[in-house]
Design a protein around this ligand. Structure first.
Ligand SMILES: [Zn+2]
Ligand SMILES: [Zn+2]
Length: 132
């Protein structure tokens, strides 16, 4: 499944309108990704192991700053705890990993699933990473 939310074309003179459209696009993206996932996708997260679930958020696998689209295929639902790890890095089994590595570890948890949908975004980031 791939849902795209095309960028509206706001008029430059309507600054308030621009902000509103962007806000709506973000909440459409968040809602679609959360419906597709049904909860935090980090299986190792405390929220999937008996702890309370904090606010659910949608993360862009391929970052928006690197051209990542607002599509379900490029989104992953994470609670606030897991989302922070994906951006700031985390300590896993005593080893410090970057946010990017942590995100890949979450995607790997789902790789065997027939509806794994992040291959394209992941491959794009891997290619980009080798170029740097
Ligand atoms: Zn994020
Ligand atoms: Zn979680």
């Amino acid at each position: 499944m791939s849902l795209a939310f095309p960028k509206p074309e706001p008029r430059k003179t309507e600054r308030r309108r621009v902000v509103t459209d962007r806000g709506r696009r973000r909440s459409d993206f968040r809602m679609a990704v959360m419906i597709a996932d049904g909860g935090c996708k980090d299986r190792t997260c405390p929220c999937n192991n008996g702890r309370p679930v904090f606010r659910l958020e949608a993360h862009h696998v391929q970052p928006r700053s690197q051209g990542g689209p607002d599509t379900v295929d490029n989104g992953i639902t994470l609670c606030q705890i897991a989302h922070n790890k994906v951006h700031r890095g985390a300590t896993v089994n005593g080893r410090r990993v970057s946010g990017y590595e942590y995100m890949l570890s979450i995607l790997r948890q789902h790789k065997a699933s027939p509806d794994y949908r992040w291959a394209e975004a992941e491959a794009w980031i891997e290619r980009r990473r080798k170029d740097v």
